[in-house]
Design a protein around this ligand. Structure first.
Ligand code: PEP
Ligand code: MG
Length: 756
């Protein structure tokens, strides 16, 4: 092999000096390519950057013709450079012109060069450019050279993105706009407006912390952090095996193997030896994992890459002085920005005073979305690539009414939004004034409005909203926020607190509903192809009897002399309900036998969230005291449309003949069987959907706190007998859009759906 280049550390050191110079962006890029070519003994070194038009533009070169700079542009799938940007992988070739993807550009004068090495320039999992070196002679580049070029590419990515770094100005002018205002579209997930500074959920490594001053010390820091990481995973595994049996340990074992992978650890050490800090070296691995994740299709591979990214993030937190699962403290009033966020992760921010939340993932019906609504955090999702388009500290306006994100808005835009915020609070005042009024229609039908809750702070909303009780208490939230399974006492105390705070108003406790996207930190859930259809809710609880009985025992103890309402989630067949109820009764008689206080009386019901149960209601007659319809899951299964994928769920209307006929069947059958019935999915909290439900015959609705006012105002504006008749007439027709006719009906009858 020809002489390999001198020390990568030296190269990084020199790069640092270039970065510190006062040259303009273009000059700095030119210095960088010169430096790399000289140090790596390459005849050519070039940087291509991704433009706004999604092309790769040659922005600096040493060795190719300088006239080609800013002229040569390749599409994202053109040439070797395009191939690298597509695969996000390095590419080393001995004789480039013979490669099928080679694209010859005469203006570059590229003819004499044979050997080619290119690596992606990655930022936030996105390829923002390509860095290449070329040699006249055919030669192969070794692992160390590839590794070093990758390290340098990461440094270039950072300096390009920073306003002051080389290329920053260049790039600001041409592609990225880290200084300019921008408005991005997203989907509204939790309503409201929020203004604040961007703060990343995933740890960010500042450019200032990129370089290792003392390699030995950095290697020691890395080794210690890896040790802590592995120990924390071992602790999680111990917990899992102790409390929950063996099955899911395989998954955890795979996670542990990733954390113990010597290849990964030695690459991290290699990065440090090349001159990076421990953080920067982990960050480099994270970028590569993310880039692969973006292009991965296979669900198994995706799950593994997600795990790898999780592990990178954990390690970064540990290096930042935080325990493996904790988040970095953030400033009050920040806007949290994340690619994806589970409900448990969001709950960890419940006391952080977030002013808004922005997610790349879109799902409005996800449990993170439900938590965001419960916490009253204005949230938008589906903002593509947002994590690569802004910097921590940028001012953001999150308009979760219109589903827009304003990045670095002008002062006048901020002023306009402050005025809109005032207007929104005026609207809230109108709703608050209804607090002590009855939710009664003009023709005297009273509707029971209840609250959906799951957190301690939710209970305060009872008094604020005037709700009659809690129609759905999601007990799993307590499990999701704790790193260990809550003990019997912790559960009992929590339930007793909720009942105390409800001051005699009923609280319907839904037993543990985990699985799908509700993942407990203290338990390794198996990876499933279709988790929403998998091992979750009552299926999980009945298989983990010890865990389930502990919860039932806690509920019984907490009630002590008060009425107790319990419901089981996602019952599919009557026998599941009967089995769960039998366990409840066993716990009750155990409590009696042992002289523990028991509830004054109890009510046990089933959540109807699968279409199958609607056809087994007779079997529950005399057994279930009530049925609670969970429209979120029920509609997901009715339409076979994943609630986590809005582009799919939005194709299907809730106010349409199919769902209406089905929901009408349920309420009529429950009435006939003399079984109380209510609705607690998100539909119950949308005035238009709630109206449809009331017209069908439902008289008890449970919803997020913010919906009580709007739904009550709607109820007080209607004459139910007239509307209900007309809705049933519409339902009997077989043509025309049910939704449009229904909307026309609302208009004709002056139904107050929202304050304009
Ligand atoms: C539902 O599915 O409608 C429901 C209330 O349960 P969750 O949203 O918690 O799955
Ligand atoms: Mg559900």
């Amino acid at each position: 092999m020809p002489q390999s280049f001198s020390s990568p550390r030296l190269l990084l050191n020199r790069l640092r000096q270039v970065m510190a110079s006062h040259d303009g962006g273009q000059e700095r890029l030119s210095s960088i390519v010169k430096l790399i070519a000289a140090t790596m003994i390459a005849d050519v070194c070039s940087i291509y950057l991704r433009t706004k038009e999604d092309q790769l533009e040659l922005v600096a070169t040493e060795g190719l013709r300088s006239e080609a700079v800013a002229l040569t542009r390749l599409s994202m799938d053109e040439g070797l450079v395009g191939l690298i940007s597509q695969t996000a992988e390095p590419l080393a070739i001995e004789d480039a012109p013979r490669h099928p993807n080679f694209a010859y550009r005469p203006e570059t004068g590229e003819d004499p060069y044979h050997a080619f090495l290119g690596v992606p320039i990655l930022r936030g999992g996105r390829v923002i450019g390509v860095l290449t070196v070329q040699n006249r002679t055919e030669r192969s580049y070794d692992e160390d050279e590839i590794e070093t070029l990758q390290t340098i590419a990461m440094v270039i990515a950072e300096v390009i993105a920073s306003e002051t770094g080389p290329g920053g100005e260049y790039l600001n002018a041409r592609s990225k706009q880290f200084e300019h205002s921008e408005t991005l579209k997203g989907r509204s997930i939790s309503p409201g407006l929020g203004i604040g500074q961007a703060c990343y959920h995933d740890p960010v490594v500042p450019t200032a912390k990129f370089f290792a001053l003392d390699t030995e010390a950095e290697l020691r820091r890395l080794a210690e952090a890896l040790h802590k990481l592995r120990a924390s995973i071992d602790r999680m595994m111990d917990l899992g095996s102790h409390d929950l049996g063996e099955d899911p340990l395989d998954i955890m074992e795979a996670y542990r193997m990733l954390a113990n992978d010597p290849g990964w650890a030695s690459r991290l050490a290699e990065g440090i030896k090349n001159g990076l800090s421990a953080e920067a070296s982990v960050d480099r691995a994270r970028r590569e994992h993310r880039a692969k994740l973006e292009s991965a299709r296979d669900p198994y591979l995706k799950a593994r890459l997600n795990d790898l990214e999780d592990i990178d993030n954990r390690l970064l937190r540990i290096l930042g002085g935080h325990d493996g699962a904790d988040h970095v403290a953030i400033d009050e009033g920040s806007v949290l920005v994340a690619r994806r966020l589970g409900p448990a992760e969001l709950l960890e921010y419940s006391n952080a005073g977030l002013s808004a939340l922005v997610l790349e993932e879109p799902a409005a019906a996800s449990h993170a979305a439900i938590v965001a609504r419960a916490l009253g955090i204005p949230t938008i999702g589906g903002v593509t690539s947002v994590t690569t388009l802004l910097e921590a500290g940028d001012t953001l306006i999150v308009d979760a009414e219109l589903g827009q994100l304003h990045i670095r808005p002008d002062e006048d835009v901020i002023a306009a939004y402050r005025a809109r915020q005032e207007l929104l609070s005026e609207r809230q005042k109108v709703y608050r004034q209804l607090r002590d009024e009855k939710a009664m229609t003009r023709d005297g039908v009273e509707i029971r409005l209840m609250l959906n809750a799951g957190l301690k702070l939710d209970v305060e909303h009872l008094t604020e909203t005037g709700a009659e009780g809690i129609g759905l208490f999601r007990t799993e939230f307590q499990f999701l926020i704790s790193k260990q399974l809550p003990s019997l006492k912790e559960q009992k105390d929590f339930y007793a607190y909720v009942m105390d705070a409800a001051h005699g108003r009923p609280v319907y406790f839904r037993t543990l509903d985990v699985g799908a996207d509700k993942i407990m930190a203290s338990f390794a859930h198996p990876v499933e192809e279709n988790p929403a259809l998998g091992w979750r809710a009552i299926r999980f609880a009945l298989d983990r009897e010890g865990l389930f009985r502990r919860q039932l025992r806690a509920l019984i103890r907490a009630a002590a002399g008060r009425p107790l309402y319990v419901m089981f989630p996602m019952v599919t067949v009557a026998s599941e309900f009967l089995a769960a109820k039998a366990l409840f009764l066993k716990e009750l008689s155990w409590a009696r036998r042992h002289g523990h206080p028991v509830p004054l009386h109890y009510s046990v019901g089933a959540m109807l969230e699968t279409p199958a149960l609607a056809f087994e209601l007779e079997a529950l007659s005399g057994q279930a005291d009530f049925i609670c319809v969970g429209t979120n899951d029920l509609m997901q299964f009715f339409h076979a449309a994943d609630r986590m994928v809005p582009s799919i769920t939005e194709r299907y209307e809730f106010i349409a003949r199919g769902p209406m006929a089905f929901l009408s069947h349920i309420v009529q059958l429950c009435d006939k069987l003399n079984m109380a019935v209510s609705v607690c999915g998100e539909a119950a909290g949308k005035p238009l959907d709630a109206l449809a439900l009331i017209c069908l015959g439902y008289r008890s609705l449970s919803m997020p706190a913010a919906s009580i006012g709007p739904v009550k105002r709607m109820i007080r504006s209607i004459d139910l007998a007239v509307l209900s008749n007309k809705v049933y007439t519409l339902l009997g027709q077989s043509t025309g859009s049910f939704r449009e006719d229904f909307l026309a009906l609302c208009k004709q009858h002056n139904v107050l759906l929202e304050i304009s």
